[in-house]
Ligand binder design. Structure first.
Ligand code: UFG
Length: 357
């Protein structure tokens, strides 16, 4: 029995593959590599010494996806695949609805058809909108402020309806705070295409000399130093949160929702200073206008995940900065490899497989 992982080549997906393989799970990855590279999965195999079955296909191609369900014994699905850039979601909203909502419906439909009713879904703290208070617990009111956020919220809502109509489902919804860091090997990490939107990849691109200065989006917020405060979580902690969530999903039924964060808020200036002290690299900064739609302060109450999943984030902001930098400094151009990938088709990419001993 295998765990099907959609979007397994991405930043969070690839780190989760490692932790699942280390726990002994057999995994099958489905990815269209629209915002990721097969190289990340090769490196996952290199790090773990284990093999992965990889299907290069688009989740909108339901016929090809059905073949994956037909030829494999799938026990559960972890659904990472999706588009995630807030600004792009405003400009190209239909693309976001089609990719994030239609694909999830297609997967759930196939899961229902093949009686694979165990799902872990990647949601986001974005569903809390601009929270009135912190720390944010799972019962806080939900409000999406852009198409990206609305796709996450809509999927959360229809997943609850799926369980209401069929109580055999077991669904775990994970609301991520701000994942940063990288695997300690320095072999895999975040590899955004183009200029990064998010803070840590922007800082590491400045540190490596590809961008000149970090623009800080406002220093007039009501926070400790005026800059925005967020709950940064090491991606390896986040990956382990998925293993804990999967274990529970496999053993139960129902819909469970968990925040995955540390419960600690750091300001932009604190992150810059932590990065400088962890790496010895100076980051030039420029204070600029606030970014529309940004919350002043956002951090999790992670107690529910601790109590029910027996999971807690362990890595410090120093670890997050040091590991982000190890990845970026050793891979200044990310995965860099431009494999000749043709139109989506069904492949069992034997060339990526490293056989088990
Ligand atoms: N920031 C800067 N300069 C930058 C980038 C970010 O000052 O170049 C600041 C932001 O204003 C914010 C903080 O750094 O205060 C973090 O910003 P990120 O873009 O890294 O993260 P966000 O909290 O804005 O966004 C993240 C995810 C989104 C998700 C959102 C809410 O990237 O997908 O959290 O959960 F929607």
């Amino acid at each position: 029995m295998a765990i099907l992982i959609t979007g397994g080549a991405g930043f969070i997906g690839s780190h989760t593959c490692i932790e699942l393989l280390n726990e002994g799970y057999e995994i099958i990855v489905v990815d269209n590599f629209s915002n990721s590279k097969p190289e990340s999965l090769k490196r996952v195999c290199e790090i773990t010494g284990k093999s992965i079955m990889i299907y290069y296909l688009d989740l909108l191609d339901s016929e090809s996806l059905e073949k994956v369900f037909l030829v494999n014994q799938i026990e559960a699905v972890i659904h990472f695949a999706g588009l995630k850039a807030v600004g792009e979601s405003v400009k190209e909203s239909l693309k976001y609805y089609k990719n994030n909502i239609t694909t999830t419906i297609i997967i759930c439909d196939l899961m229902q058809k093949y009686s694979v009713k165990k799902l872990v879904f990647s949601s986001s703290a974005t569903v809390y909108g601009l929270p009135d208070t912190v720390p944010i617990s799972e019962e806080f009111p939900l409000k999406a402020l852009n198409p990206y956020g609305r796709t996450k919220l809509m999927v959360e809502e229809f997943l609850q309806d799926i369980f209401i109509s069929d109580n055999e489902w077991s669904i775990t919804i994970l609301r991520y705070f701000n994942p940063i860091g990288a695997h300690e090997s320095g072999l895999i990490g975040e590899d955004p295409s183009g200029t990064p939107n998010n803070l840590m990849p922007y800082i590491t691109k400045v540190a490596v000399g590809q961008l000149k200065v970090l623009n800080i989006f406002g220093n007039g917020y009501s926070t400790k130093d005026g800059t925005g405060v967020r709950d940064y979580i090491h991606v390896v902690d986040l990956a382990n949160g998925h293993v804990a969530a999967l274990d529970k999903t496999l053993k139960s039924t129902g819909v469970n929702i968990y925040n995955l964060g540390t419960g600690i808020g750091y300001s932009v200036l604190e992150v810059v200073s932590a990065f400088e002290s962890a790496t010895g690299v100076k980051i030039p900064i420029n204070i600029t206008h606030p970014r529309p739609g940004d919350a002043a302060i956002c951090y999790a109450d992670p107690m529910k995940a601790e109590k029910e999943l027996n999971w807690i984030a362990k890595k410090s902001i120093h670890d997050m900065c040091a590991d982000s930098w190890r990845w970026q400094s050793r891979n200044p151009n990310g995965y860099k490899i431009n494999e000749e990938l043709e139109n989506p088709r069904l492949i069992q990419s034997e060339d990526f497989l490293i056989p088990n001993n």
